[in-house]
Design a protein around this ligand. Structure first.
Ligand SMILES: Cc1ncc(COP(=O)(O)O)c(C=O)c1O
Length: 407
């Protein structure tokens, strides 16, 4: 039996089967590359689902993490800790927000945002709905599931939180009908990730801004996937000229270690009293030490690189879309957060790419998603592009053959 086969067998004996894994057993990872136990190398265009912003094993992250582990690895939030404060200082300075609350993951950040909004609402007479949008993804906790509509994640697991309302995305009229004077909060991804790399429309953002002015609800931006420079802006909401009250972060923030955060405005200070929210591990100093490097590298040229490479990727993908117009329905996203919407189930193209040595991900059934490390080089993108062209050609042939020989 192959090394990989043995892995599968061992895993099946002891791990609860909740994941559909790619057929790769990892041996090591470095930069934008992953090597499996059989020695095959793959170009990683998904980067731990958007977490390994600086690639795998970035020397500065390794140094920072090693140094911090040797000082202390975990002490809990009973104490003052330099890496937590230093990272929060950088985040507040970079974004203009007033304060940071740490967590360990995206779902926990979203959960904290919901709780803070509810508490604020109870103090300000905004006890109505928290309004969110179809196609959104906020995590797997009850608060997150209560604000998401995808049946697969929820079936049979209710009841969910009351006073949550999920309305169609990018439909300003539906939004108008859903909000009023007691609405507590509106939460969204400005570019939906799991939902298929879908931008919020300028019309919906304008309507949200208008009604927020009128009714005074809070606006929560989920930047767990799109934040930390992935779209070429530090946050995806920046290009819409609107400022959310609460921003959730995770994924890239820890550069590969579990770290999440919410950023809040001045007006939300004091809504929670000390002790009303907290976590044992949140803001772990080793993860924060990695986060400091992520922010330093973003400011030191990586964000600019994402913008420039993003422009090239847009041009290259537009050419591919014209070449394979029968297979590609649309090109979505910005920077290094990309979706290729296909006319067929995207797992076929994902699997074809895997055979070509490139790791991608299929989401929202027909969308091939690319979330490469933010440090993907121009040469590496050229490799990815050639693989994409070869894999699309293979899929075109396969679909043409299937069309002439319907079984
Ligand atoms: C936009 C968004 N929010 C929240 C989450 C949940 O993050 P986590 O899996 O770290 O709980 C995700 C995860 O993919 C996400 O993409």
């Amino acid at each position: 039996m192959s090394l990989h086969g043995r892995f599968i067998e061992r895993e099946q004996r002891v791990l609860y089967p909740i994941y559909r894994r790619l057929p790769i057993a990892i041996a090591r990872a470095e930069g934008c590359w992953i090597e499996d136990l059989d020695g095959k190398r793959y170009l990683d265009l998904i980067s731990g689902i958007g977490t390994n912003a600086l690639g795998h094993g970035h020397p500065r992250i390794l140094d920072a993490v090693r140094t911090q582990i040797e000082r202390y690895m975990h002490v809990s939030n009973l104490y003052y800790q330099e890496p937590q404060i230093a990272l929060a200082e950088m985040l507040c300075q970079r974004t203009g927000y007033r304060a940071v609350v740490y967590s360990n993951s995206g779902a926990e950040s979203w959960e904290a945002a919901l709780k803070l909004a509810r508490r604020w609402g109870s103090l300000h007479g905004k006890t109505g709905d928290i309004v969110t949008f179809s196609g959104g993804f906020h995590g797997r906790t009850y608060g997150a599931l209560s604000t998401m509509d995808k049946a697969l994640y929820k079936d049979g697991m209710g009841p969910f939180l009351p006073n949550t309302r999920i309305i169609p995305f990018n439909n300003p009229e539906a939004f108008d009908q859903a909000v009023g004077p007691t609405t507590c909060a509106v939460g969204l991804e400005f570019i939906q990730g799991e939902g298929g790399i879908v931008d919020v429309s300028a019309e919906l953002v304008a309507r949200i801004a208008e009604r927020r002015q009128q009714y005074g609800f809070l606006l929560i931006a989920d930047e767990v996937q799109s934040g930390c420079g992935r779209t070429g802006d530090f946050f995806a909401f920046e290009r819409y000229g609107i400022r959310p009250d609460i921003v959730t972060m995770a994924k890239a923030l820890g550069g590969g270690l579990p770290l999440g955060a919410i950023l809040v405005g001045e007006h939300l200070i004091g809504v929670w009293e000390r002790g009303q929210h907290g976590t044992t591990y949140g803001g772990n100093p080793v993860a924060c030490a990695a986060g400091i490097v992520v922010l330093e590298e973003l400011a030191g040229g990586v964000l600019e690189h994402v913008r420039r490479l993003g422009e090239r990727i847009s041009a290259d993908l537009a050419i591919l879309a014209a070449e394979f117009s029968g297979l590609i329905r649309s090109i979505r996203g910005r920077g290094l957060m990309r979706g290729i919407e296909l006319t067929e189930d995207a797992t076929h193209l994902r699997d074809e790419l895997l055979r070509c040595g490139v790791i991608t991900n299929a989401t929202a059934t027909t969308v091939l998603r690319l979330l490469p490390p933010l440090v993907l080089s121009n040469e590496e993108w050229s490799i990815a592009l050639e693989a994409l062209r070869a894999a699309l050609a293979a899929r075109s042939t396969a679909t043409a053959v299937a069309a002439t020989n319907p079984s």
